[in-house]
Design a protein around this ligand. Structure first.
Ligand code: FAD
Length: 448
């Protein structure tokens, strides 16, 4: 029997689920409500749009609402915000943002894929023109347009996480003077401090003013409300562009109001089928929890890699199949200029806070054979359980080809392999790619 599917949120998780359901059921009615003007866009590509490496925002759109209706018979209604879920009557209240009208839409099965929103400090003038957060494609287009129109010269980035680091690279590339402030003692807090120090060094060498252990306290404007500067607890920094990269929180308001259970981290609590606590309602992507395989608890980790997999699993189960999501390791990569950065599993600080006895090896090597032209540095930090040497985490920084080496370690952790297993894994070698002992294996050997 045909079913009526409603999906809230039209990006990675939402459209991934919609596409999976359509592949399984040609005749089911599928409607997606998306409050922004775009569907299926790559937020991850926005720093490269702003840097000018991607020349137009349209290139970041994988599929438009027209493509969804014409090629997939999926109704994707943009500029439509779902403002309420009524789980008893199985319907949602939708606001048409263009017409400013609301209407109820019924569903047999509902997916919440509302993503996450950037954290904004509660300080005056935070909404001044020139102060931006990056989240939806629309938010990236606004920064891009502002840069084209106003040609800012001095940028302050608040937050040294991956968005802050990627935006620092992008704005430097555009010729701006860039200051990054972070209240922590180091950037990229998903890494341990000893690994982050190389990133801080690289950022400073490239000309970034890196202000650590400093917090944003105020936005300053002139008498015409034009952005002039930011104030921290230590100084005053002139700025005509401010990017806030202060982390994100899951968009759960409508879920919570509907009585759906959240987990400790604030995300919608889901099981391994992506089912929520209320029947016929699933959740996927940044708004939903992910079971952490090593921490053995639900976590909030906002990444496109996870959102796409969540979408596929939720879609499959909504379509009536029986699929399970195995969980995550918190694997992530980024870069600052030529320095590639990667992490997976537990960092040392996390292993310590879990009370886990572990062994750690940190090695310095080269990304290619040392004699091969262009060879550069790579640093690998590898963690294993002390009792059985099972690999539990890694961080890698280095030149070209370094970051994706993390995937070898992800595979090892997923297969519950030990440092000995990793040492003997039949990895590839030729001088333009690696040493005969891959740096990952050099680190593993130190643990054995
Ligand atoms: P979203 O992409 O946030 O989509 C949710 C959608 O729901 C939004 O379009 C929103 O408008 C809509 N919505 C919300 N509430 C409602 C409502 N009530 N009614 C209707 N619509 C609603 N991840 C990586 O893995 N690698 C990267 O390199 C990477 N780089 C990134 C760079 C930047 C600058 C940013 C901002 C993110 C990056 N990410 C990266 C994260 C990645 O983009 C997200 O994890 C991913 O987009 C999450 O997909 P989602 O579908 O869960 O949520």
């Amino acid at each position: 029997m045909s079913k009526k599917i409603v999906i809230i949120g039209g990006d990675a998780a939402g459209m991934g689920a919609a596409s999976k359901i359509r592949r399984t059921h040609k005749n089911w009615e599928i409607t997606v409500f998306e409050k922004s003007p775009h569907t299926s866009y790559s937020a991850c590509g926005m720093p490269y749009l702003i840097a000018g490496q991607v020349d137009r925002p349209e290139k970041l759109i994988a599929r438009s609402p027209e493509t969804f209706i014409n090629d997939y018979n999926i109704q994707a209604k943009t500029l439509h915000e779902v403002i309420q879920i009524d789980p008893d009557k199985q319907k949602v209240l939708v606001k048409d943002l263009e017409k400013d009208e609301a209407f109820w839409e019924s569903y047999d099965k509902l997916l919440i894929a509302t993503g996450a929103s950037p954290n904004k400090p509660a300080i005056p003038k935070i909404n001044t023109q020139g102060v931006f957060c990056l989240s939806t494609l629309q938010s990236g287009i606004e920064v891009w347009q502002f840069m084209e129109k106003h040609k800012p010269k001095k940028a302050v980035i608040v937050g040294g996480g991956y968005i802050g680091v990627e935006m620092a690279e992008a704005l430097l590339e555009k010729g701006l003077e860039v200051t990054v402030i972070d209240r922590s003692a180091y950037v990229m807090k998903t890494l341990d401090q000893d690994m982050s120090e190389d990133i801080c060094q690289s950022m400073r060498k490239a000309g970034i003013h890196l202000m650590l252990e400093e917090s944003l306290t105020a936005i300053e404007t002139d008498e015409n409300h034009q952005l002039q500067a930011v104030k921290t607890d230590k100084k005053h920094i002139p700025a005509d562009l401010v990017i806030l990269g202060m982390g994100v929180k899951p968009n759960t308001k409508i879920a919570e109001e509907a009585g759906i259970k959240l987990c400790d981290t604030g995300a919608v609590l889901v099981n391994d089928k992506m089912e929520t606590s209320i029947s016929n309602i699933w959740a996927a992507g940044d708004c939903a929890s992910s079971y952490h395989i090593l921490k053995e608890k639900p976590m909030f980790i906002a990444l496109g890699t996870i959102a796409n997999k969540h979408g596929l699993i939720a879609g499959s189960n909504m379509a009536g199949e029986n699929s399970t999501f195995p969980g995550v390791l918190g694997t992530a990569i980024t870069r600052f200029n030529e320095l590639e950065i990667a992490r997976t599993g537990l960092k040392e600080l996390e292993a310590k806070s879990m009370g886990l006895a572990y062994k750690v090896a940190t090695i310095n090597s080269s990304n290619y054979a040392g004699y091969y032209p262009g060879a550069g540095k790579i640093k690998v930090k590898l963690l294993a359980r002390k009792d059985n040497l099972q690999i539990i985490g890694a961080q890698i920084i280095g030149k070209k080809g370094s970051a994706k080496r993390i995937d070898t370690i992800v595979a090892a952790i997923s297969a519950k392999q030990t440092a000995q297993d990793l040492t003997m894994m039949d990895l590839a070698y030729a001088p333009p790619f690696s040493n005969v002992w891959d740096p990952v294996q050099i680190a593993a050997r130190q643990l054995v």
